[in-house]
Write a protein that binds this ligand. Structure first.
Ligand SMILES: NC(=O)c1ccc[n+]([C@@H]2O[C@H](COP(=O)([O-])OP(=O)(O)OC[C@H]3O[C@@H](n4cnc5c(N)ncnc54)[C@H](OP(=O)(O)O)[C@@H]3O)[C@@H](O)[C@H]2O)c1
Length: 355
């Protein structure tokens, strides 16, 4: 297999979403396969990550106007894994499996900046987009800030999602008690099978009672992946001196905070009377933690103690649907879209392991 037999397309931003993201906000376009120059290599992308944070970057006024809008026509950015098929870079060889921000396309050129070689212990390449990549590293960086002690309990919203699944896996390995919040019975069962000690169903009428039952001593840390109105139900189950750790505000990324109520007075009361702390964190800029994270996760996955959870869709053109789906009908685990099968340079069996 070579250039002549490969399809080369990209997904471009057709317009900035107006409220809810729609597949019609994107266009699939053909493009030529680029040629690597000196010091560059060509990546044939195998699987692309689908991340809720992307909704912020394609907004007409990202971060309330703090960032310039992404130009219409740009290739949609995002993390991906791929195989190197051509190289003029002395450190990267044909057949290397790499992870980087290669975007929503079949081929990407790179000079190696920000590119990680995928650890073979992770097994399937797309595992480097789940617990072995950005979601796992986000969980890891958040847990560093959380600084949980043995005997303490962490409560996690969006627990069945990519970051939440990784939090569950990492805390289980560390002997911390974890309570997850998820929507629906399927996700509740999934979480109980994947590291969580108890689960509260945010869609159930007795959600607050489920939280209270799961947290008799309260939550020492609330790892919040979603924000939104649910905070009002969490405050009563926070333990004195607890930490609200803001990882993401997914419930508000489409512009609709869906609150209809102002949680601020209740939050301030809880800060005052329970001594709660509230803090946001970002995995961005935490590169110093990366080697320890890579080792811990590769060992956990390689030894079979943790099984990466993925929801895999097929075909580059599915990416816009998969992004919209994160907000409409989320599924357990990390959502990735497989956009190509590996060429002969990569043994196909490493893909089968993730099925
Ligand atoms: N701080 C950082 O450095 C960093 C890095 C990466 C990602 N993030 C953020 O981390 C969060 C999780 O990312 P992810 O990749 O794990 O996303 P994901 O895989 O899409 O999972 C998110 C989960 O959130 C829940 N959810 C979605 N909409 C919700 C709503 N309106 N109210 C309550 N729950 C809702 C869903 O679960 P249920 O329906 O089952 O509840 C879903 O499984 C996002 O906010 C993302 O932006 C932060």
């Amino acid at each position: 297999m070579g250039r002549e037999s490969w399809t080369s397309q990209r997904i471009a931003l057709r317009r900035h979403p107006d409220g809810r993201v729609s597949p019609t906000d994107f266009a699939v376009e053909d493009q030529p396969i680029p040629q690597p120059g000196d010091g560059e290599f060509l990546v044939r992308i195998l699987a692309v990550s689908v991340d809720p944070m992307l909704r912020i970057f394609i907004d007409p006024a990202p971060m309330a106007g703090a960032m310039p809008p992404m130009p219409v026509g740009s290739t949609v950015p995002g993390a991906a894994v791929g195989e190197i098929v051509e190289t003029r870079h002395s450190d990267f060889a044909i057949g290397d499996i790499v992870e980087g921000r290669f975007g929503w396309q079949h081929f990407a050129l790179s000079n190696g900046a920000g590119v990680n070689r995928v650890d073979a212990r992770l097994g399937a390449p797309e595992n480097a987009l789940a617990i072995g990549g950005l979601p796992g590293f986000t969980a890891y960086a958040g847990l560093e800030v959380a600084d949980l002690k043995p005997g303490q309990t962490i409560l996690v919203s969006g627990a069945a999602g990519a970051v939440g699944s990784a939090v569950g896996a990492l805390v289980k390995a560390r002997g911390i008690r974890a309570v997850g919040i998820a929507g629906g019975e399927e996700k509740r069962r999934y979480l109980l099978d994947n590291g969580y000690d108890a689960v509260a169903d945010r869609l159930a009428p007795d959600f607050k009672e489920q939280l209270a039952q799961a947290l008799p001593q309260g939550a020492n840390v609330y790892f919040d992946n979603v924000g939104g109105p649910m905070l009002a139900d969490i405050l009563p189950v926070m333990a004195p001196g607890g930490l609200i750790l803001v990882c993401g505000l997914m419930a508000g990324y489409q512009g609709d905070e869906q609150t209809g109520r102002d949680n601020l007075p209740a939050l301030l009361r809880a800060i005052m009377f329970k001594g709660l702390r509230i803090q946001a964190f970002s995995q961005y800029g935490k590169d110093a933690l990366r080697p320890a994270f890579d080792d811990e996760v590769a060992e956990l996955v390689g030894s079979g103690k943790v099984k990466p959870q993925l929801h895999i869709e097929q075909g580059l053109e599915r990416l816009p649907h998969a992004l919209a789906g994160l907000f409409e009908r989320s599924v357990p685990g990390k959502v990735v879209v497989r956009v190509a099968e590996p060429s002969d340079a990569v043994p196909t069996k490493i893909f089968e392991e993730s099925e």
